[in-house]
Design a binder for this molecule. Structure first.
Ligand code: PLP
Length: 389
């Protein structure tokens, strides 16, 4: 069997049609999109088409609300820093303990620069207490930034309800939707309380190094990158033309495949979980199973180190990561720890992220390989513990 890729929360395979759409803009159609001649105008038109496709995927009728960036991290930095710069009298940020490092490390940085941060806790299911959110908001709060879907567990936060609470206080609301876009439906016409929303092309079969920030009309935001007038003065610099066009194509395809993501991919993920739980008594699923993106599962294999499991899987051509991938597996996952798992439990957990490219045959193979490896590790662990007793 070919390699089996189950690391789709880290990044996804670019769709062949994405590369085909990008190719001309890396070769003969190289004109500058701001040049006033015909060649420039043709490139500009393709960028605007890409903007339209992203707007459709996000469910906004205003493509001018889409700003192209270099990815999720830049979108998040632009949203948070841009709002703080535009509201200099406010010095408080509210976020959660389970955010991606692009939010958490930015907040740690802001803490060193006169800002106060509230990190909201989550329960064992990875869910927020909305009353706690309500209590955390003050007249000094400039922005609330929460993720839509967690990158380690797939747990989804109730964005509509959170938005309502945030707007009761007239505070700006940013959503990190990097893991949600292309996996669950997003309708920003309906979610009128969301002011800003970040996304990244490489998480929905588009190119790496390109993303977007949705900025609702009327939101006062300072640009992070200052220079030329591109992107409506919200992100200076010559556009990454080919990647933007590629992400536009990926957005167009994501709108088409959203249904499949929610049916076939969800069924595959559920089949994988069922198989693992049935065959491996030490396996337990982390996070709220009803409130999750359809492609993700995070599983603790009590008594087995994730690193060993993953190495064993790799020998069989199966590629996944542990929840602690960002820290190289040296410290336990901050997400699982925030959910109340112990360090040994967190170190025994892996994340499996599927995509539309996975098949049922692959899933069945993964279940049998994992069952075999977990069993071998268990025997090894018990032998070791007997030896040291
Ligand atoms: N936010 C979340 C939830 C993510 O999972 C990631 C990437 O893994 C990011 C932000 C950062 O996105 P990018 O890789 O495009 O900078």
């Amino acid at each position: 069997m070919d390699n089996i890729y189950l690391d789709n929360n880290a990044t996804t395979k670019s769709d062949d049609r994405v590369f085909a759409a990008m190719r001309p803009y890396l070769t003969n159609q190289f004109a500058h999109p701001s040049s006033p001649h015909l060649l420039g105008a043709k490139v500009r038109e393709k960028i605007e088409q890409a903007r339209d496709s992203v707007a459709v995927l996000l469910g906004t009728s205003h493509p001018d609300e889409i700003v192209f960036t270099s990815g999720g991290t830049e979108s998040i930095n632009t949203a948070i820093k841009g709002i703080l710069a535009a509201a200099p009298t406010r010095n408080h940020i509210v976020t959660t303990k389970v955010e991606h490092v692009s939010v958490l490390n930015l907040c740690l940085y802001m803490e060193k620069h006169r800002y106060r941060i509230t990190y909201l806790p989550v329960d064992r299911q990875g869910m927020l207490n909305l009353e706690e959110l309500r209590r955390s908001l003050t007249d000094h709060t400039a922005i609330v930034s929460v993720m839509w879907a967690n990158n380690e567990t797939g747990v989804v936060f109730p964005i509509e309800e959170i938005g309502e609470i945030v707007k009761e206080r007239g505070i700006i609301f940013h959503v990190d939707a990097v893991q949600a876009v292309g996996r669950i439906p997003i309708n920003l016409r309906k979610l009128s309380h969301v002011d800003l929303l970040s996304l990244s092309g490489h998480k929905f079969h588009g190119p790496k190094g390109v993303g977007s920030l949705f900025v609702r009309r009327g939101t006062k935001l300072h640009s992070l990158i200052v220079g030329g007038p591109q992107e409506g003065m919200r992100r200076a610099g010559t556009e990454n033309v080919a990647s933007i066009i590629g992400m536009g194509k990926a957005a167009e395809l994501a709108s088409i495949y959203l249904e499949e993501e929610n049916t076939r991919v969800r069924q595959l993920r559920d089949r994988l979980e069922r198989g693992i739980v049935d065959q491996i008594p030490e396996a337990g699923i982390n996070g709220n199973r009803n409130e999750r993106i359809p492609n993700t599962t995070n599983i603790t294999f009590s008594g087995s180190r994730a690193g060993k499991l993953l190495k064993g899987m790799e020998k069989y051509g199966i590629y996944a990561t542990s929840g602690a991938a960002c820290t190289g597996g040296l410290s336990p996952s901050h997400v699982l720890m925030a959910m109340g798992l112990t360090p040994p439990e967190a170190f025994s957990s892996i994340r499996l992220g599927l995509s539309r490219y996975n098949t049922e045959a692959e899933i069945d193979y993964v279940i049998s390989v994992l069952a075999m490896i977990a069993n071998n590790l268990k025997t090894g662990v018990s032998l070791l513990s007997t030896a040291s007793a």
